[in-house]
Design a protein around this ligand. Structure first.
Ligand SMILES: NC(=O)c1ccc[n+]([C@@H]2O[C@H](COP(=O)([O-])OP(=O)(O)OC[C@H]3O[C@@H](n4cnc5c(N)ncnc54)[C@H](O)[C@@H]3O)[C@@H](O)[C@H]2O)c1
Length: 229
């Protein structure tokens, strides 16, 4: 079976009702991202950061995977599909995708502020005073701006294996995620789905669908059906 690697960004979940932030002038649900998604923001106002992610967790419990998530999950019947997502939501998993790597962390997990290895599943609110087993404050298990991306090497290895690369709903402005495209094997076909595609003109073998995710993934599906597996 051919290996399809799918890189997804916030636009993937837009049709489920989760806002992207480039579409809102760099604000994420009304907040400056540096206030709520950076170590500086955390040091300045932990309550604000915790409250922001508490709201995101509540919101995530109320939304569902969209048609594009479902179609990608369905592709596993005929292809080896690996998803590398910048999204912190769990909508790929809920749609049924089994191979999902969360480059920027997961909303439904928290971790110790002292020991990175102490990670807990967490669907409720998180408050000051909630601690790990060693008594240290917990924080959202999210890669904030300016922090290292621990799963980057794994994401690069996955990207290198692609026979087909699909990119959906990302502004290609957040690094190092945006650099993954440069790790494909030569001549790997790329499909880029985004209503406002930001494509580097030096990239070869790229077919752009300037569409929302559900429409673009349907088009991709039609193309794949006509390819030999
Ligand atoms: N759902 C989430 O988990 C979520 C939501 C907002 C932000 N974030 C975080 O913000 C960072 C943002 O980087 P990014 O590049 O992923 O997002 P971004 O906000 O920078 O860019 C979003 C992209 O999605 C496109 N888009 C908008 N509606 C779309 C649709 N219906 N279908 C397809 N594409 C659509 C936009 O044109 C844009 O290019 C990531 O690190 C991510 O962790 C995550």
């Amino acid at each position: 079976m051919k290996k399809i690697v799918v890189l997804t960004g916030a636009g993937m979940s837009a049709e489920s009702g989760l806002k992207t932030f480039r579409d809102a002038d760099g604000l994420w649900e009304g907040h400056d991202v540096m206030e709520v998604a950076s170590p500086q923001g955390w040091n300045q106002n932990k309550e604000l950061v915790l409250d922001f992610y508490n709201q995101r967790r509540k919101q995530l419990l109320q939304v569902k995977p969209n048609e594009a998530h479902n179609l990608l999950a369905h592709l596993e019947q005929n292809y080896h599909v690996k998803i590398v997502t910048q999204n912190v939501d769990d909508l790929h998993e809920r749609a049924g995708s089994t191979q999902v790597l969360h480059l920027h962390g997961e909303l439904f997990k928290v971790r110790s502020t002292v020991d990175d290895g102490l990670i807990y599943d967490w669907k409720k609110d998180l408050f000051i005073g909630d601690t790990c087993k060693n008594g240290n404050q917990l924080r959202p298990h999210i890669v904030w701006f300016g922090e290292a991306v621990p799963l980057l090497d794994q994401a690069i290895e996955i990207t290198k294996q692609a026979d087909i690369l699909v990119i959906i709903g990302t502004s290609m402005q957040v690094y190092p995620a945006a650099s993954l495209i440069h790790h494909i094997k030569p001549n790997t076909p790329i499909y880029f789905i985004d209503p406002k595609p930001n494509v580097d003109s030096t990239i070869k073998n790229i077919k752009v669908f300037a569409e929302k995710a559900s429409v673009g993934v349907k088009k991709l599906n039609d193309i794949l059906k006509n390819m030999t597996i």
